[in-house]
Design a protein around this ligand. Sequence first.
Ligand code: GDG
Length: 457
Amino acid sequence: MSRLIVVSNRVSAPTDPAAGSAGGLAMALSAALRKYDGLWFGWSGETCETFTGALKTEDRAGVTVALVDLEAQDVDEYYNGYANKTLWPLFHHRVDLTAYERSYGEGYERVNRRFAEVLRPLIQPDDLIWIHDYHMIPMARELRRLGVKNRIGFFLHTPWPVRQLLVTLPFHRRLVESLFDYDLIGFHTAEWRDLLEDYVLHEVGGERLADGRVEAFGRAPQLGVFPIGIDVEGFLAARDSVLGRRTYDRMAASAAFRSMLVGVDRLDYSKGLEERLLGYEQFLQDNPDRRGQVFLLQVTPLSRDDVDTYQDIRARLDALAGRINGAFADMDWQPIRYLNRTYRRDQLAGMYRAARVGLVTPLRDGMNLVAKEFVAAQDPEDPGVLVLSRFAGAAAELGDALIVNPYAREEMSDALRRALAMPREERIARWQGLMAAVRASDVGLWRDRYVAALRGD
Ligand code: GDG
């Protein structure tokens, strides 16, 4: 059996899987690596004076992890620069926030070349190589240059951008050409896949082959749709754990018969947090009878805090939450509990279960796993309602949610009103459809489908 090599910018193999703090993706990939006797390669998160390519190899709960340090300039140009200030905003259609610096692109290519050179000696002829996300697009090209003939797959966790915006990127053609060095390119949805095909067909003169594949640059990789999901059983166990149940009880008690709306998102402009607060403000304005009867619990851990844009959005959210609370709160009620901190997974599960409504309203999102976690955590006899943005990849599978346009605050307000008034039979019927979809995309199935396609089964 061939080994599996997983490559990602950061390696999240848990040191102690029993602790339950690792996410579903980390657990699923770790399980695959144990099964295929493989290894997980990536950046250590550490910086060094001068790049040496020295590998730090360790065993994490049966998974071999191989890590390499980067120079400070690499981190600046490749990680904070090209990955987080160029590709992330561009792929989320925020050209207004995209940095088009040549040095970032050069750093990106340099680091991908370095990663390939360090990984090359570890690769055996039969290994399957699975590379993750936008940080690593040119890795296959660099490995091919070093003579690697193995099957190499790529999975994009973000959306793919529309061609009209992608062409704002200098060297866009070079980026896409390097993507064509993969054998398999995976997306969460058909929409993201179609956007890449559209670029290839209309921008670089690619052609559709008789078998449906698109050919360009002399190559025709397989493009596939693999919607990621959560570890459903693991999440149910977290919900039903001692801490999960205790958190549920604590939230239910603190809600004091008020209906709770819950949002859980990294602090990122793609998540539509400002639009969500504005939609909620509109709801409070439109429905004076509901004031004092609902509150929003918004859990928002900080992320990428050394990038300016993230500091800006953080300041705007602080101001907005403060303004809404200041305008509407009463002596015994506050409309928003806004928390910049992380919780354990079992605590999140308890919070989701205690909520009447889950608000998942990104402006653009590859998939969005919070939507699936919220569904899984519900009580089947008395489930809450998922309000979901049409711009999340998850909307392709979760059509039984109340689908909203987060840019339109009146529409958000209407959806909230409808969710809070929804009769129990309708909530149950919708939840059953949603839960079936959540189970059908379990992260273990996702992983096995991808690996089977990469092997060419
Ligand atoms: C990218 C794509 C795609 C959040 N706060 C806490 C916490 N979380 C967990 C959630 C969820 C995860 O983080 C976030 O996943 P998302 O899918 O919502 O979003 P991204 O981080 O942007 O992920 C996305 C995903 O990759 C997978 O392909 O779905 O579209 O952008 O699991 O629960 N976890 C804990 N404490 C917190 O406070 N423990």
